[in-house]
Ligand binder design. Sequence first.
Ligand code: SER
Length: 634
Amino acid sequence: MSDLSFIRQKYLDYMVSLGHAAVPSAALVPENDPTTLFTSAGMQSMIPYFFGQAHPEGQRVTDSQKCFRADDIEEVGDNRHTTFFEMLGNWSFGDYFKKEQITFVFNFLTRELKLDPHKLYVSCFAGNPELGIDRDDEAATTWQKLFTEVGIDAKIVTDPTQGLQDGRIFFYGEKKNWWSRSGVPANMPEGEPGGPDSEVFYDFGEQKTALADHFHAVDGPCHINCDCGRFLEIGNSVFMQYQKTSQGFVPLAQANIDFGGGLERILAAYQEQPDVFRTAAFWPLIEKIQSFSQYKYDDVEKQKYFRIIADHMKAAVMLMADGVVPASKEQGYVLRRLLRRALRQAAYLDIKQETLVELVPIVVAMYQDAYPALVAQEATISQVLAAEQQKFSKSLHKGLQEFGKMVADKQELTAAIAFKLYESFGFPFEISLEEAQVRGMQIQAGIKEQYQQLKTAHADASRTVSKNTFKSGLADHGDTVVKYHTTTHLLHAALRQVLGESVEQKGSNITADRLRFDFSFNRALTAAEKQQVEELINTWIKADLLVDKQTLPKEEALKSGAIALFVERYPSIVNVYSIGANPNGTKSGVDFISREFCSGPHVAHTGVIGEIVLDKEKAVADGVRRIYALQKSV
Ligand code: SER
């Protein structure tokens, strides 16, 4: 077993021994959550439970959640940034709180993984009178006591900007020690939950770090949160206990724990290896890339390219495994960008683009124990990747020629040129930038912003983020979104009645304006079929059917006829939503028109939804159709 698998399993086992139920990772593309493109933190799927909704597995839950951070694509290249990672998580939904949590973290790191406690440093929230939230002395003294028990005199430091000062426990403000999905308190929309947090750092020591590619930041003494690379944050306990309201912060009805531990970072600490690319989470990929190239990873000039390829290819495989296909917008666009960026780096290592597909089995081998579905997906992923590579290779070739022509007599790359190249030849902006750098050209000041403006002005299909994405977190879980969510189930059921039961949901996305639904079917719907589907849905809405939620063991839920999108992804106890008896009675002996595994939320009865119209329907991939539905305007 690799150290990567070992740590994941060790953590889950430890949390289970403390009474937590282990649940599977949610998908990288959040289901029925219109607010983000990707799952970027373990807690995203847990939000309803912070507010008191009962988790089907109880008040203590643990998992290792796959996460993807598109914002970090450009950061990849140093020794620690990655776009895909796993977050070890443990949750208390109104059960244990701060003292227990800090003890769990300390014991896991020092007893289970046997990390040297002398190398652990921690941060706690300094408090803010304007928010009415006090300094977190309870967290600080809990840590202090634990360190004392292992013979370490842990000094508490209140002003970390002055450096380490022989301290071990440091107070920071909300920029560092506050967590919510939207960041610091000022950025949180009303309704959003959040709270102070306490982070653990691992000390790799100054010397080792200097040998890697970090230098101490020049603008002040080193402290645990500075960027010099000596300290690496490996875990974060969030005390999820407040909600932002128009009156300021109020306590949630229950105090919750949200712990997130970076699996790859804990692994780095465990292997005493400040470069995550040299750990078990990446090394098999780096070795494979080395085998294609005349260059070695040790070659400092080339390291960045190895890292980008390894990171992007791994992330691409994991995204594809969760149903993302290369496309010109949203998740598909991000995937395309990752793949093209990885493929582009191949040239810098003198590697043929075609060979990168050989990294797919390496990723599968690294992750198949935790995500067994990867094995069956390997062939398809490789095919999609190879097709995308060929497409890219053509557009790159054409684009490079055009680039050459367009900049032949110019000294400077402008946003206008980059945009023209993108629009006419699909030549990615990042590659224009890289190409200009390679040719020693100047780059127009503010090119990124101007390029973005051009793109927005054209309002073209390449927009990566749908209009409502990222706007408001929970606020979007408004009535309309909930209505569309229930409509999604009706649409799924109607499609299966009209087109046959081979139709399966492949994805969905909801905004306040419409719902989008992907399903397996290998041709366009006829006008008559589309009309039939629409009429069925509206009949069910008019019939004001009851929407009923049950919590059942997974096996029983499957037996009851409930449809599960990804069976292996559900915990052993699940929520099932059923929508009342079918007035058309097309299926004898079946008393529901829709029954699905789902975490909700849904309307209580369908009458509140109002009339629905189906909008455009098209192909999105081989054998996958996409259809839009919206509320009829009155
Ligand atoms: N939500 C916190 C984080 O993402 C801890 O899980 O860091």
